[in-house]
Design a protein around this ligand. Structure first.
Ligand code: PRF
Ligand code: ZN
Length: 372
């Protein structure tokens, strides 16, 4: 049976180029620009899915690599798929493993795929495009990602050229693999920091009938200006009428910039990881809750935030909880940071609908940076 379309509807386009859209998966609709919290191994650290839902999140990301290790895949299948495993009934996207595997020190890449060992002195495991698709089919996410090689921003031209040929060949093999009927498949553009190679990769990947397209290989330590350039070169090469996903991005300022360049989807560990470390986002900038300034501070983290944490606790109490070492501190902090990110995405969407994204971005950043 023919696969159905992702039905990406463009609801508004701002004069800056920012896009406001909506697409529908088997598990509901997703408003774009969208931010996806990361639940790498099938859970968002320290935080029940109901709280992630309450933050306004509509999509979660999980990882093929982590969910394929040991007997985890069997467990996911045994409970009836990733949605049940995560206790999440909205949209899920799984990443292909391409990114995680390429940060392993002992990986070996060939045309076939990548081999690595996941435990010291453990057996070597092979991940191929076909195997990644098979795992992602079994996990049952609504959106699955092609298997790619994420190249370092310091890789030389020759390496990037060869790598992108491999990523294109792998993308074709992914598209040819069987998925569940409800699953959408996104292709990933690579090409390092070379403008012409980015265009070449985009041309090759977009010639394959994917349901959406991602820009990979950014936010790997290259810095804001290089990332901005790569996105500004690559985004215009992607089809207008399908979702565009910038992988692994980022800080609020990175997301604002990429939305400006016409990107629709984002994921990043920053809000959740920073929360667990006691770095909290506010409309007036980031704050380190363990700082002694907050010892007698009876204000909420952010007076404009209506999350459970801000409704209930003051900064001084949160600081106390962090020093107590109880996991409750991490949970409350994660609830706040995710709500902060989703509030930003909501404000971005409204600004685009009202055709005032550029002034919104400028004013938002001005306020956010004032206290630095
Ligand atoms: N490829 C894949 N996943 C990713 C990336 C990539 O390049 C990135 C790059 N920041 C994050 N996650 N498959
Ligand atoms: Zn809050």
């Amino acid at each position: 049976m023919a696969q159905k379309d992702i039905q990406f509807t463009m609801l508004a386009k701002d004069k800056s180029g920012a896009r406001r859209g909506e697409f529908t998966t088997h598990h509901g609709s997703v408003q774009t620009p969208a931010f996806m919290p990361v639940g790498t191994a099938g859970y968002v650290h320290s935080t029940p899915a109901k709280d992630v839902e309450e933050s306004g999140s509509q999509v979660l990301l999980a990882n093929t690599y982590h969910l394929s290790l040991g007997d985890r895949l069997a467990s996911v299948k045994y409970v009836g798929g990733l949605h049940r495993f995560m206790g999440w009934n909205q949209t899920i996207l799984t990443d292909s493993g391409g990114f995680q595997v390429f940060s392993l020190p002992d990986r070996v890449i060939s045309d076939e795929g990548v081999t690595f060992s996941y435990e010291e002195e453990g057996e070597r495991v092979q991940l191929t495009p076909e195997r990644s698709m098979e795992i992602q089919r079994d996990l049952g996410a609504d959106i699955v990602m092609a298997f790619d090689e994420c190249v370092s921003h310091t890789a030389d031209r020759k390496y990037v050229e060869e790598s992108l040929a491999l990523t294109t060949a792998w993308a074709r093999r992914c598209r040819a693999s069987a998925l569940q009927e409800h699953q959408f498949l996104f292709g990933i553009v690579q090409g390092g920091i070379y403008d012409d190679l980015r265009r070449k990769s985009a041309k090759e990947i977009t010639s394959i009938p994917f349901d959406g397209f991602a820009i990979g290989g950014v936010s790997v330590g290259e810095g804001f200006d290089l990332m901005r350039r790569v996105v500004s070169v690559t985004a215009p090469c992607l089809p207008e009428d399908l979702p565009r996903y910038l992988m692994g991005v980022g800080l609020p300022e990175d997301i604002l910039e990429a939305v400006h360049q016409g990107m629709d989807m984002f994921d990043c560990v920053i809000p959740t990881r920073y929360a667990r470390q006691g770095t909290l986002f506010t409309r007036m900038g980031k704050l380190r809750i363990k700082n002694k300034n907050f010892r007698k501070d009876r204000y909420p983290l952010d007076t404009h935030c209506s999350c459970y944490t801000c409704r209930t606790f003051s900064r001084m109490v949160l600081r106390y909880l962090f020093f107590s070492g109880d996991p409750l501190a991490e949970t409350l902090a994660t609830i706040h940071n995710l709500t902060f990110y989703q509030d930003l995405m909501t404000d971005i969407r409204v600004a685009i609908e009202e055709n005032r994204f550029e002034s919104f971005k400028r004013e938002w950043l001005e306020r956010y940076r004032k206290n630095r």
